[in-house]
Design a protein around this ligand. Structure first.
Ligand code: NDP
Length: 281
């Protein structure tokens, strides 16, 4: 299977399919990511908050893979939005990952009710870190359209991606449209709704028609919409299944049937970024 690369507006490219490590326990991360590499994944999505960057680093080191063949994303933790803290935290991430540079560094959450509502200075710090070569690209996560408008209008620096919750039950169209307006690619987190696509009758019917699993149907739906995905699994056979997405297609009608499952705000599974204010102790 060859994973397509998408071109980001800064001229770099990103594999459209990767592997996410949210909720992969730190002590199991090295082995899990090693298995993901064996299956064929080359794009890993981690975060300071997940506390498993060290395991990702171990897997990278043990893999013997060329650095240039890997795409590694990490994200700024919520407690480190002040410029000096952001800087120090990326240095620590690089050390845990065993890298000189990550491919992509994201502001994990905008936290509009924290830091006196200032995420612009944090964004300026990420731009400085990119200029210094500590990250190849910079982006954001969980930014609502007004957050995106604010950083772009105040800094002129456009994120390459906005990583937000998107799955068949929460299509998040307003944010996807804002991303598109700015030339920002959407990364869809919880792309299979944390496994819940398997409980849905329509997903089951389409899966039976195309001879695939509901997870594969959901992932294929994202890919055909042009979004970037990185499903998480602790099981090799599911990792394998989630990687086998490039030898079938959903028809126009099947795409529309999946899109019709959108419940709007009621389908959101994670926190609302306008309200989320959690800072780890
Ligand atoms: P996913 O939608 O990827 O679902 C993962 C769950 O589905 C796990 O419980 C997994 O179980 C199960 N699963 C995986 N594959 C299959 C399959 N083929 N069949 C049946 N069940 C399956 O949820 P995540 O929340 O993990 O999202 C993916 C990634 O997105 C994260 O790992 C992280 O990188 C990113 N993310 C980012 C956030 C942000 O704020 N920026 C927030 C949340 C996620 P098992 O492991 O037991 O196989």
């Amino acid at each position: 299977m060859t994973v397509p690369n998408l071109t980001l507006h800064d001229g770099t490219s990103i594999p459209q399919l990767g592997f996410g490590v949210f909720q992969v326990p730190p002590e199991e991360t090295a082995a899990t990511v090693r298995t993901a590499f064996e299956v064929g994944y080359r794009h890993i999505d981690t975060a300071q908050m997940y506390q498993n960057e060290e395991g990702v680093g171990t897997a990278i080191k043990d893999s013997g893979l060329d650095r240039g063949d890997l795409y590694i994303t990490t994200k700024l933790n919520n407690g480190f939005h002040r410029p000096d803290d952001a800087r120090r935290s990326l240095e620590k991430s690089l050390s845990r990952l065993g890298l000189d540079q990550v491919d992509l560094f994201l502001i994990h959450w905008p936290l509009p009710t924290q830091y006196d509502g200032d995420f612009v200075s944090t964004w300026e710090t990420l731009a400085a870190l990119q200029a210094e070569g500590r990250t190849r690209s910079i982006g954001v996560s969980n930014f609502q359209p007004d957050h995106l408008d604010e950083i772009v209008s105040k800094t002129g620096v456009v994120p390459v991606v906005n990583q937000v919750e998107v799955h068949p039950f929460f299509a998040n169209e307003a944010v996807r449209a804002a991303n598109a307006r700015h030339g920002v690619l959407t990364e869809a987190w919880s792309p299979i709704a944390q496994g819940k696509v398997h409980d849905d009758d329509v997903m089951g019917e389409i899966a039976a028609l195309v001879g695939r699993s509901p997870a594969q149907v959901a992932l294929r739906w994202h890919l055909q919409r042009g979004d970037i995905v990185f499903p998480k699994s602790m099981h090799r056979e599911r990792m394998q299944q989630n990687f086998e997405l490039f030898d079938f297609e959903l028809s126009h009608e099947q795409m529309a049937s999946v899109s019709a499952l959108d419940l709007g705000e009621a389908g959101r599974m994670g926190p609302n970024p306008d309200e989320f204010d959690w800072i780890p102790a």
